[in-house]
Each structure stands twice: as C-alpha cells, then as structure tokens.
Design a protein around this ligand. Sequence first.
Ligand code: ADP
Ligand code: MG
Length: 239
Amino acid sequence: MSSTPSPTFARGPLNLVNVTLEYPDGDGTIKALDNVNLTVQAGQMISLVGPSGSGKSSLLAAAATLVRPTHGLVIIDGTDATGLSDKDLTALRREKIGIIFQQPNLLASLTAAEQLIIGDHLRGKSVRAARAKAAELLDVVGLSASADKRPHQLSGGERQRVNIARALMGDPKVLLVDEPTSALDHERSDSIVRLLRRVTDDFMVATVMVTHDTEFVPLTDLVATMRDGRLTAPVLTTV
Ligand code: ADP
Ligand code: MG
C-alpha cells in the first residue's frame, strides 16, 4: 500500500461546498452566506462564532436544508440535498438531521416523553419502539424522573434537555444547535454545552453549535468565525 495521503476530499456527515445564500434586499440582494465551505466529521463538535448578522443562523438553516442555497452544495451523509425534491428533502431532514434552536418550542399540552414520541410517529416507527427510545434518551439527558412532566413543570434548562433528547430521536448524523444557552444562567448553560459534547461523542454525530459565549468554545473541537457571510477555516480550540 502506498503511504501517500489520499487526495480525496475527506467527507464527514456534513459538507457545505461553496455555499452562497442570497436574500432579496430592497432593489438588490444581501449575501447571508458568501462561498462557505465546511466539513464536520462524525463525533466532531464545531463552535460557530461571529457578530450578530454575520450569517450564523443562515449557515445552520442551509445545513438543516430549511433553505436552499443560491449556489453550492449541502451534502448530508453523502447525499446532495440541493438536488432533492421538497418531499425527499423533508425525509432526509427527518432521518439525518437533529435541530436544536434557541427556544425549545415544546408543545404545552404534551409530557416530556410525548414530545419525543410524536416525532417518531412521523418517521413511521411503532409507538412501542418510540416509547422505549424516548425513555432511553430522557435517561441520557438526565430527565428520567421528569418523563411525565409538561413544559410548565420543567425549568428552562430541563426544557432544553427535552429539546436535545427530541433532536436525537431519529438517530441523526448531524446536530445543528443555535445559541442553546441564550436563555439560561451560567451554570445551566455550562451543563447544556457539556451534555451536547457528551451526545456528540456517544452518538457520533457531527455537531455545529452557534454560540455567543466564547467561554464554552474549549468544550468543542474546532472554532470557526463568521463575518459578513464568510467563514474562516475552522481552527483547533486550545484545551
Ligand atoms: P446571525 O445568526 O449571525 O445573527 P443571520 O444568519 O440571522 O445572522 O443573518 C445574516 C444576514 O442575512 C443578515 O444581514 C440578516 O439581516 C439577513 N437575513 C437573515 N434571514 C433573512 C431573511 N429570511 N430574509 C432576508 N434577510 C435575512
Ligand atoms: Mg442568529
């Protein structure tokens, strides 16, 4: 065997290739993303930092296949999402991508366990399998004792844990997290980021976390900065 490194592009579960995203802006357009390239490997966690309006949420939306880029490719676990129909895109998202936004967006009338089970129903799984999976994931996030609680009976940190467990229900390959701690105090923020680190390792997902709090960057493997829609090459964090 040759010891020459393979020239092939090392593809992780998430690949953005030359992604540009333009929004209409008055008479012209604004480039929310400007030729962004990013690869995230399984078990890798990247922090995305940068000023407000620099395009961080746009990058997550493109990676989540919630918006189609104007140019470029979004490759999820080997499939180019930009070539898919809306129906196939929805299926891909459900199967491969876990999304965790700032506000947990839990349904007020459902228990913690039900928040998880309802999504699996859409994936066509049996209720029995979904119940077992939900119980397992509530245990992972430390909420076994709160499975029957409704959102108003949970703290902000606990609601975010339910959100994280819910995002893992479909066994995603990619986890996209937008400012998960913005509504939480310091101690709860720290435990949420540590939990995201642990699930990235244990479930071997490729995680991108947008954060304004640079204190948590050392818990991630790499940090990349956005400015005016452009992304710097990710650099190793110093631990
Ligand atoms: P960040 O998350 O870093 O604050 P965003 O991705 O939300 O940045 O925004 C990047 C740029 O794109 C900003 O100039 C914002 O105003 C613009 N933008 C974001 N979403 C939309 C949209 N749906 N329509 C028009 N412009 C948008
Ligand atoms: Mg944002």
